[in-house]
Design a protein around this ligand. Sequence first.
Ligand code: EPZ
Length: 431
Amino acid sequence: MEQYAIKGGSALVGEVEIGGAKNAALGILAASIMTDEDVVVENLPDVRDINIMLQAMESIGVRVEHIERHTVRLNAGNVYSQVIDGDYIKRIRASYYLIGALLGKYHSAEVTLPGGCNIGTRPIDLHLKGFRALGAKDASVSGGMIVAHADALKGAHIYLDMVSVGATINLLLAAAMAEGQTIIENAAKEPHVVDVANFLNCMGANIKGAGTDVIRIKGVSRLHGIEYAIIPDQIEAGTFMFAAAVTKGDITVKNVIPKHLESISAKLIEIGCEIEESDDAVRVVASKTLEHTHVKTLPYPGFPTDMQPQITVALGLAQGTSIVSESIFENRFKYVDELTRMGANIKVESSTAIIEGVKKYTGASISAPDLRAGAALVLAALAADGFTTIDDIKYIERGYEDFDVKLRNLGAMIEKVDSDYNLQRFKLSVS
Ligand code: EPZ
């Protein structure tokens, strides 16, 4: 089993190139099924969730051609099935975007119920309610599958009870080719929602208001092929920005949209880091002791839930008492037990973590409980005294491309090892 072996204690310094946004890419890949013409997607991250999505698309007849590592040409002109089944698809959450896309184009879709990170109950009632409003009367979960069929799709006025990224993107897909106008109220405003809407508009859709909480979609009868480059990943960028903070380093994240990182930059400034922004890069300098603060995760433009473990790791090393409240997913503090094994002093009470800063973490043998928590534990290990091994790195690889390589280029002592022998070799090489 592969694990990360890490020797902590060095400040990370240098530049890192951020890849394409995983969560935008998942919606965009699904949307590309909605035309019979060629679609070229650039800046696609080479991570596990994306590769599973491409495999699912191939299983129903989509032609997937890798032009280079981050560019694919897709053609969905010969899709022969609207049923996506199989255990592998359970590993990703965003498989449900294939429901919106297939329902939108073919008025029929059956996809195995999604899995994804275990960070809460993660219902899909809002997706199903929206599909039903658009005319898929049977949209439901049945026999482990999400099913949705419609004679025709008709625009509707949909109010989302909660701000949901997944439901907003799924309804954009389902409504793009529906007859008439759809209005989505209380829509999610995340950059990846806007990117999926921009992609659909480039394909000929008529979507207005993405990025605000009211999105208006006028259905079109046909979508066409395009070439499109995905936006940079806000969370990958944020993770490296916090890597600078916890290791007292100096990192410039390149190929980013600084506007998407504002809530993250604001918190870094609050805890004592310096931030320099340019057009497509942000530099984080963390020379001083970290200061405590309070954080509450919120939908965009608030502080992202996907950055909650990373900021908690930083606040675990800050002076004084910090409070982190998780308002999106109820089960997102599972990693705190692992962090405690590294010497953190954190008490979790329901959806709030009360953090008493400690001077240092110490290396330990720990496991990644999910994608973002796994990445955050890597940051903790990089700041810790001594050696850490992290198991279950498959979760981290779902969303971070070459995480170990990028960290090594910044001076981190980290290696992916797959045997005790390799682990001992790594220990010898860094001691
Ligand atoms: C997306 O998940 C992301 N996943 C998550 O990223 C991210 O944490 C989350 O949005 C919030 O930003 C993908 O894009 C693939 P939601 P999603 O629907 O769409 C409730 C990562 O690490 N809700 O915005 O599943 C839900 O329980 C992952 O990259 C309902 O009640 O999240 C939650 O409390 C982890 N009913 C809230 O809404 C529904 O039908 C927001 O969830 C749908 C959601």
